[in-house]
Design a protein around this ligand. Structure first.
Ligand code: UGY
Ligand code: MN
Length: 241
């Protein structure tokens, strides 16, 4: 929708950013062809990772992200991921963890993808994680800190070898994060469904499906789901280093 008065919910602050789809601008990207690529979060903002939203055209494809490891989640449509000789067909909710230096190709007319990319930080005594393919639908949610109105799914194994986590949180209407979290890890987040209020730093923001949030390390954060349907978001977190 046209913004005739120049208003927006988007905010870019020193320790967080809220980015709303109305303000997304796609950019040309060397790794993607026939695709709309929105670099929603990047080191240029102060983050230590990159979050991309990609919509593939009829002949759209993307290829390996070089030395960075990547996590890709299919938001809509269907995508074909080729790694070596293997073809992995990912439906909506399907995801893959792509290790650093792992060449890959991904295609799928009309598919919408979310990617997190980050330089891998090795850890002595731990092997570099291998390719992992899964589906959100096969991961059980567990009550967050005992609250069964706030279910958390861990899409990647919770082991030291990984230096990133990607989780999906589902909040029933009225459910909240139990505390105002302030932690060393940073987050990149995409609202998948529903709506709520996100506290970021000292500010409270209405948020809804499609919004992207970056939370810098130590950014105070809290969420309450509002409205009559559950709110769901997927988020990245640096861990274990
Ligand atoms: O994993 C987390 O830090 C999560 N509880 N944070 C968040 O949802 N903002
Ligand atoms: Mn957090």
């Amino acid at each position: 929708m046209l913004s005739i008065f120049g208003s927006t919910r988007s905010v870019v602050a020193h320790n967080y950013a809220l980015l709303t789809p109305q303000g997304f601008v796609s950019s040309a990207h060397a790794s993607w062809s026939d695709a709309q690529v929105v670099v929603a979060i990047s080191p240029r903002m102060g983050a230590q990772f990159t979050q991309l939203l990609v919509t593939l055209g009829a002949h759209g494809r993307g290829s390996g992200t070089g030395a960075q490891q990547a996590f890709v989640l299919v938001l809509e449509g269907q995508a074909d991921l080729i790694v070596g000789e293997e073809l992995h067909r990912l439906a909506a909710g399907g995801y893959a963890y792509l290790p650093p230096d792992q060449p890959f190709e991904i295609s799928g007319a009309g598919a919408q993808l979310l990617l997190f990319q980050k330089p891998f930080v090795p850890l002595a005594g731990q092997a570099v994680p291998e390719l992992l393919v899964g589906s959100d639908h096969d991961v059980a949610g567990t009550p967050f800190l005992g609250d069964d109105a706030a279910l958390l799914k861990l899409l990647l194994p919770d082991v030291l070898a990984f230096d990133m986590a990607v989780n999906i949180f589902t909040f029933q209407p009225g459910a909240t994060l139990p505390i105002v979290e302030t932690h060393v890890m940073e987050h990149g987040l995409l609202m998948l469904q529903g709506q709520g209020i996100y506290r970021l730093g000292a500010d409270w923001h209405p948020v809804q499906a499609g919004d992207v949030i970056w939370m810098a390390p130590f950014c105070p954060q809290w969420f309450v789901a509002t409205g009559k349907t559950a709110a769901r978001y997927v988020y990245y977190k640096d861990v274990n280093r």
